[in-house]
Design a protein around this ligand. Structure first.
Ligand SMILES: Cc1ncc(COP(=O)(O)O)c(C=O)c1O
Length: 422
């Protein structure tokens, strides 16, 4: 087995301008109880690890705010403004003006709100284009919404090659794509895809679940219309953290989601019986904000304080390239095929390999302290957040992967029933 050496990885760490970010996390969770065989967490793309300070902030919100202030907390502790104040921390990570973003609800619900609002902007165009391999929640939201509205979902296999043909009939209102394919890690060029969609008179809705916090995103610059994203992946907001959504400023006067609640009303506390949308992005709020979850996300986002997102992009490319360079020398011998693009520009902070034993390999890797995940039908998936991973972690993870394959440690896992969450 050849490829980059441990010394090569250490040299990359020595000149890593983001090395200090690792100190912003609770290392106990990353390192594990056995410090001689530290856990290597390559699943921060699914659930980000716990940043330092979150526990204290949440416990203060429970005791000093909820416990002591009770209902006065709504007026005195900034609870009501949390969707906007948390969004102001997310906005620079996705290249958006703060007033174009709101932290609220789940990604799925935000997809419903943004897609329904986008469709209504051009009522004569009732077709939504997406990829067949898009994350299921995106497709289910579109399918059911379009069934209700009398529209149609047009699915293509590959946006990079089939989008132009799918748009040519002039009936498409919205193109809804996930920038990073959750299986392969393929990255779509936001600016050029958005531009080609606009040229055909359609609007562009981006799912940034695997983009926000993973590399620099420039929604405003790309001219995107709408976007949604997750709070619990690269933003490290904790299990089930609130999501966010983006509406370009030019649409905020006309765009109205088909899901209205009192928190999106112009004057929630006037308790009117008729809905009047709030000014601006506030109309995309629905119900009472989840104060404790938003507080956790707010504290977690401090990880990104003073960070240049371009450096995150560059480090994610270095980490993923190092992983590929280390795995490739033995991949073919063990039936692993790279599912991610080789060109770092076309790849998110994720590398996937296809293998008919992918599930068992992932389970065996977890047994030796390397946490990745499996995606049906044959994808072994590894995430590389630039925030807490070192290059030497990547190198060490590959040594263990080689060990698992070479020693056939996956075989015993192949005999066991599959776990519910893979
Ligand atoms: C691309 C994409 N969109 C959406 C979601 C999840 O949405 P929700 O947070 O509503 O479960 C995921 C979850 O992994 C995802 O990968």
């Amino acid at each position: 087995m050849t490829g980059p050496s441990r010394a090569d990885a250490e040299a990359l760490d020595a000149e890593d301008p983001l090395a200090f970010l690792r100190e912003r996390f609770s290392l106990a969770a990353l390192v594990g109880p056995e410090s001689r065989n530290p856990r290597i967490y390559l699943d921060g793309n699914s659930l980000g690890p716990l940043p330092l300070g979150v526990k204290e902030r949440v416990s203060a919100a429970v005791e000093a705010e909820w416990g002591d202030r009770l209902i006065a907390g709504w007026n005195d502790c900034g609870w009501m403004d949390l969707p906007q104040s948390v969004a102001a921390r997310i906005a620079p990570l996705v290249g958006a003006a703060p007033q174009s973003v709101i932290a609220t609800d789940s990604t799925s619900v935000n997809l419903f709100k943004t897609l329904s609002a986008a469709l209504q902007l051009q009522p004569d165009r009732k077709v939504v284009v997406s990829e067949r391999g898009n994350f299921p929640t995106d497709l289910y939201v579109a399918e059911t919404l379009l069934a209700g509205l009398g529209g149609a979902l047009r699915l293509i296999d590959d946006a990079e090659t089939e989008l132009a043909a799918a748009l040519s009939a002039g009936d498409v209102g919205v193109v809804m794509l996930t920038q990073i394919d959750y299986r392969t890690g393929r990255k779509l060029d936001m600016a050029s895809v958005t531009d080609s969609v606009h040229r055909q008179g359609a609007l562009m809705l981006w799912d940034l679940a695997h983009s926000a916090g993973a590399f620099a995103v420039n929604l405003d610059e790309a001219g995107a219309d709408f976007a949604v994203g997750c709070g619990y992946k690269f933003l490290n907001g904790g299990p089930g953290a609130p999501a966010f959504l983006y509406v370009a400023e030019r649409h905020q006067g006309a765009a109205i989601p088909l899901l209205a609640g009192w928190m999106g009303h112009r004057q929630p506390f006037s308790f009117q019986s008729h809905y009047e949308p709030a000014e601006g992005i506030g109309r995309f709020r629905v119900g009472t904000p989840p104060v404790l979850s938003l507080t956790a996300l707010d504290a977690a986002l401090r990880v990104f304080d003073d960070v240049d997102t371009r450096q995150i992009t560059a480090k994610a490319a270095r980490l993923t390239s190092l992983f590929i360079d280390c795995v490739e020398p033995f991949a073919a011998d063990h039936g692993l095929t790279l599912a991610s693009p080789r060109d770092a520009v076309r790849r998110g902070a994720q590398v996937s390999y296809r293998s008919d034993k992918a599930y068992a390999v992932i389970q065996a890797l977890i047994n030796v302290g390397v946490v990745g995940d499996f995606r049906d039908p044959n994808i072994a998936r590894f995430g590389f957040p630039a925030t807490y991973l070192r290059h030497v972690d990547v190198w060490e993870a590959v040594q263990r992967l080689h060990h698992v394959l070479d020693q056939g440690l996956w075989k015993v896992e192949a005999e066991k029933p599959r776990r519910a969450v893979t």
